[in-house]
Design a protein around this ligand. Sequence first.
Ligand SMILES: [Zn+2]
Length: 168
Amino acid sequence: MFSEVHFHWGKKTGEGSESLVDGCSYSAEMHAVFWKKEYGSKKEALKYRDGLALVAYFLEVKDENPALQRLLDKIEDVIVPNNPVQISPFMLEKLTPPFRRKYVTYEGSMSIPPCLQVVTWFVRLKPLHISLEQLKQFRLLEYEDGKPITMNFRPTQPLHGRIVSYKD
Ligand SMILES: [Zn+2]
């Protein structure tokens, strides 16, 4: 079941993604989070190793991403935490295009505390686009203390013997 889409970004172009490809990072990363339906709720799913699936998309600074703009049009109304806004419904596929090839998958953890080891990751290797203007809009968002959110990505973690598989 779909839970949410969220984003990680950095202070400057070329940093911000949580995953690295051959040691290189992208300027932002989008995560679509899903929980396993048979567990009944996301809260319950968090108790199981296969509770969540997280689909990661890199965002590379290039052309404007029209699907992303639907969210960014409302970003000025968010700015501070816990400020809900309404966005007219749209097909999730527009934002998170499906893929069957060229991705890596591994069993890992959530990248935010409590970092539970309950996530099956799917990282699409081909990046989506984001314009520099769009990226800058993310950097306008603020923490509760009014400081701008300019770095909300977790540094890469040791492998801990995990098996990372590549699907060509
Ligand atoms: Zn994330």
